[in-house]
Design a protein around this ligand. Structure first.
Ligand SMILES: [Fe+2]
Length: 314
């Protein structure tokens, strides 16, 4: 057995996958493929399916159920020795760890996995040996492809109850490093979000309070800025509801927009983020965005005012 204290503090390698429990599987297939530009793989008998976006066989597991929420966050580690070390680390700190069965690992297309909840009850799966795709990823609509592979699929923002406890858990148990904080007011809401990284991606995980579901949003990052505009158009014309208009974040410098998924939580589609290197200095930002990321109601109000000033109705 590998004793974790005999090893240097290891980190998870990357955010490997997300599992969503969704009530409308068909709507998710349309959204995942036609709006996000992902590819369906492993359609399953229970109506669920997986989505891929890079060299990994799958990055999103869509499972049928009533929750319309995040069902698990999947983190990749190097191999069996590392998984054992993580398991011992969790147990040593008093966290309940369960070993996934062979069937459960097979369902995720990984060699082996363990499960542990974070302090807010968000379910994490830590695994090694993901199945890689045998064919190059090609999207029907995102022609330039995605920034993923070694950086993980993107990022996820989840609910935290106690921000400090949550940060300590992911730093000490997962080896994530602090990227920065955003603390400010946003249209009457208090924003206090912590951002953490596992690799060159500015953040794989972020968390804050005041959320109704486990997940606030997940993000995928395309290789070109134009893909963000093209996705914005596809989403609008699909009848999708924008949550925040196009904008640029001050911390990861992501150019992006936010919309509602068919499950009611949000997604972010972005491009142009910076990468983190050695010697990164964390800081606290006093705004959510350099510009943009506004609620679309601003546009609706302005549109109504313009119509009224012209004497038009509707
Ligand atoms: Fe985000």
């Amino acid at each position: 057995m590998i004793r974790p204290e005999a090893q240097p503090m290891s980190s998870v390698k990357q955010l490997g996958y997300l599992v969503f429990e969704v009530s409308d599987v068909a709507a998710w297939e349309d959204f995942g493929t036609k709006v996000l530009g992902l590819q369906v793989v492993d359609a399953r008998g229970d109506g669920g399916f997986s989505l891929r976006m890079d060299g990994y066989q799958q990055r999103f597991f869509i499972e049928h159920g009533p929750a319309d929420d995040l069902a698990a966050i999947g983190w990749e580690v190097e191999g069996p020795a590392e998984l054992e070390a993580f398991s011992e680390r969790f147990k040593g700190a008093g966290h309940e760890v369960t070993l996934g069965t062979a069937a459960e690992a097979a369902a995720r297309n990984v060699e082996r996995l363990i499960r542990v909840n974070d302090p807010a009850g968000n379910p994490n799966e830590i695994f090694y040996g993901p199945k890689m795709a045998s064919e190059t990823f090609v999207s029907d609509v995102v022609r330039s492809g995605f920034v993923a592979d070694a950086q993980g699929f993107g990022h996820v923002v989840v609910a935290a109850k106690d921000q400090d406890e949550h940060e300590a858990f992911y730093a000490n148990m997962f080896g994530l490093k602090l990227s920065d904080y955003i603390r400010c007011e946003y249209f009457g809401h208090k924003i206090d979000v912590t951002f953490m990284h596992a690799n060159a991606r500015h953040h794989s995980l972020a968390f804050g309070g005041g959320q109704l579901k486990r997940i606030h949003h997940f993000m995928v990052q395309a290789n070109s800025i134009d893909e963000v505009g093209l996705c914005y158009d596809r989403f609008l014309f699909s009848g999708g509801m924008v949550h925040q208009t196009l904008g640029r974040h001050p911390n990861d410098r992501m150019f992006s927009f936010y919309g509602y998924t068919p499950s009611g939580f949000h997604f972010e589609f972005g491009s142009g983020a910076i990468e983190i290197g050695e010697g990164w200095q964390s800081t606290t930002h006093g705004k959510v965005s350099e510009w943009g990321h506004h609620p679309p109601q601003l546009l609706t109000k302005a549109y109504r005012r313009a119509k009224e000033s012209r004497g038009e109705k509707g």
